[in-house]
Design a protein around this ligand. Structure first.
Ligand SMILES: Nc1ncnc2[nH]cnc12
Ligand SMILES: [Zn+2]
Length: 318
């Protein structure tokens, strides 16, 4: 549920697409690029994440990107994936919204056929762009809303509170979309409150800093608001010092509806299963805790009730 499709761009595919599209990358080799994956904070990652998107130009590029991700996801045991994309990062480079959505949709439909993986698309607004730009993006997406399940909010958090996007979230909800937002990754608990009370989100992406506010934790527990936590991402972006100190067990103990996710797996050292295995090993989570985390994911998903019930029955029988 917390997976940026642009964050699944592996160096091999980045170089292949660069060659196909005549784009020159500022790195000579895949290894040299990989060595740049050492981040000091969210912004240092975002700088590279946006720069590498230059290789994504055509509908085929987006289809190939999503196809490669879904093949990895299948290997990792993923059954259902709710996938973010960042339209403004592409339209700003002259790539049309239709190109992005048609390319991604083609791969998502094929994955259902080939692997039986169910998917949803979540369109994110870049919070360091203006509210007007988000509104423009939402209006441009109206012809494609049958392919979009939810809107989200990502990019540089601090200084860009959720309330900035109140209007576009109201429109999205009116159009029948679900709503999520990154909040409480680098930003304060106040941003999580705003995501809940001003944007009316159905889930919080990250939310680890919510633990700093007892009243907020009580609210998240009472309303069963899911948190899509990304353990390996938190370590790589220095949100958490090291995995052994990750608050995931405390979040489970507090009764939060917490889930484990990979965020930008090509950059942060692992896909879904890798994140589960890493927290199991670093935090000593037992099978019951791992089962709860898997269950929570389906409970927190935007699946229809019948499909959700079928997946939950599978988790319980495992
Ligand atoms: N972890 C993250 N936080 C905010 N914006 C992002 N865009 C891609 N990954 C992100
Ligand atoms: Zn994210």
């Amino acid at each position: 549920m917390h997976l940026h499709i642009e964050g699944t761009l592996e160096p091999e595919l980045a170089f292949a697409l660069a060659a196909r599209n005549g784009v020159t990358l500022p790195y000579a080799t895949e290894d040299e690029l990989r060595r740049a994956y050492s981040f000091s904070d969210l912004q240092s990652f975002l700088d590279l994440y946006y720069a590498l998107m230059a290789v994504l130009r055509t509908e085929d590029d987006f289809a190939d990107l999503a196809h490669a991700y879904l093949a990895r996801a299948e290997e990792q045991g993923v059954r259902h994936a709710e996938i973010f994309f960042d339209p403004q990062a592409h339209t700003a480079r002259g790539v049309s919204l239709g190109t992005v959505i048609r390319g991604l949709s083609r791969a998502l439909d094929a994955a259902q056929e080939t692997y039986g993986i169910t998917t949803r698309l979540i369109m994110c607004f870049l919070r360091d762009e203006s509210a007007a730009s988000a509104l423009e993006t939402f209006e441009a997406a109206r012809p494609y809303l049958d392919r979009i399940t939810a809107v989200g909010l990502d990019s540089a958090e601090v200084g860009h509170p959720p309330s900035k996007f109140k209007e576009v979230y109201a429109l999205a909800r009116e159009a029948g979309l679900k709503c999520v937002a990154h909040a409480g990754e680098e930003g304060p608990p106040a941003y999580v409150w705003e995501a809940l009370d001003v944007l009316g989100v159905d889930r919080i992406d990250h939310g680890v800093r919510a633990l700093e506010d007892e009243r907020l934790v009580a609210r998240l527990v009472a309303d069963r608001i899911p948190l899509t936590v990304c353990p390996l991402s938190n370590v790589r972006l220095r949100v958490i010092d090291d995995l052994a100190a990750h608050p995931l067990p405390a979040m489970l103990d507090a009764g939060l509806l917490v889930t484990v996710n990979s965020d930008d797996p090509a950059y942060f050292g692992g896909y879904a299963h890798d994140n589960f295995a890493a927290v199991r090993d670093a935090l000593g989570l037992d099978d019951a805790a791992l089962r709860t985390l898997a269950r929570n994911s389906f409970e927190a998903s935007f699946l229809d009730e019948a499909t959700r019930a079928a997946y939950l029955a599978e988790v319980d029988a495992y």
